[in-house]
Design a protein around this ligand. Structure first.
Ligand SMILES: Nc1nc2c(ncn2[C@@H]2O[C@H](COP(=O)(O)OP(=O)(O)OP(=O)(O)O)[C@@H](O)[C@H]2O)c(=O)[nH]1
Ligand SMILES: [Mg+2]
Length: 197
């Protein structure tokens, strides 16, 4: 059997606070995590297109919800990150209502929660994790920037982050620099989509 591949990735639309979302597809995977953790970079890397989602060294790059249609069959959704120091009170409130509206809409079927492989999850990460568990949304943990850790320690470090979160101690180590985790994540996506999540 051919391994699952992303053959086509198209930007569909951005949604802000008042926008309508595109008509749902069978599957929808949302990518959540702290600002600067590498959500937009991961989408670009998975899709093999560096220009698809905008990335930046400055946290807070993604401010709206971006929908990407993959293989003309399911959505990958890039969300604005939480927890960046420079965000004002009103920006935080805006972020909260944008996320709340999207995540409680019922259209998201699976969540990729991204955590930095080098750091213990923050209070914001824990809150997000609890929220996901509370709503019973299936999820996959991904430990980003795996290239920052010695190759032999990556699996262990990724699993430790998951354990510290209080989840089943498993996270996929991922690096857009080395390509670590790409095959594993594509395989996971194949199964997620087959389950209709
Ligand atoms: N070394 C390394 N750097 C990475 C990796 N993934 C992302 N980065 C860097 O991390 C920074 C932030 O990446 P983004 O993809 O913009 O992060 P984001 O989570 O989308 O951030 P927001 O849009 O602010 O929520 C950029 O400078 C990326 O180049 C990785 O696997 N390894
Ligand atoms: Mg982003």
């Amino acid at each position: 059997m051919q391994p699952f591949a992303i053959k086509k990735a198209e930007f569909v639309t951005s949604a802000g606070a008042g926008s309508v979302y595109p008509a749902p597809m069978q599957s929808e995977i949302a990518i959540v995590g702290r600002s600067n953790v590498g959500k937009s970079s991961l989408i670009n890397h998975l899709c093999g297109n560096k220009k698809l989602a905008r990335t930046s060294q400055t946290p807070g790059k993604t401010r709206v919800i971006n929908f990407y249609l993959i293989n003309e069959s399911f959505f990958l959704v890039d969300l604005p990150g939480y927890g960046f120091a420079k965000a004002s009170k009103s920006e935080q409130t805006q972020w909260g209502s944008l996320m709340e509206k999207y995540l409680s809409d019922g259209r998201v079927k699976h969540i990729f929660l991204l955590l930095d492989i080098r750091h213990e999850p923050t209070a914001d990460d824990r809150q997000m994790y609890e929220w996901i568990v509370y709503y019973g949304i299936p999820f996959t943990l991904i430990a980003t920037k795996a290239d920052k850790i010695a190759k032999t320690k990556r699996k262990q470090a990724a699993n430790l982050v998951a354990k510290q979160l209080g989840a089943v101690p498993y996270a996929i180590p991922y690096s857009v620099e080395t390509g670590d985790g790409k095959d594993a994540l594509l395989q996971a996506i194949d199964q997620i989509v087959q389950r209709g999540e």
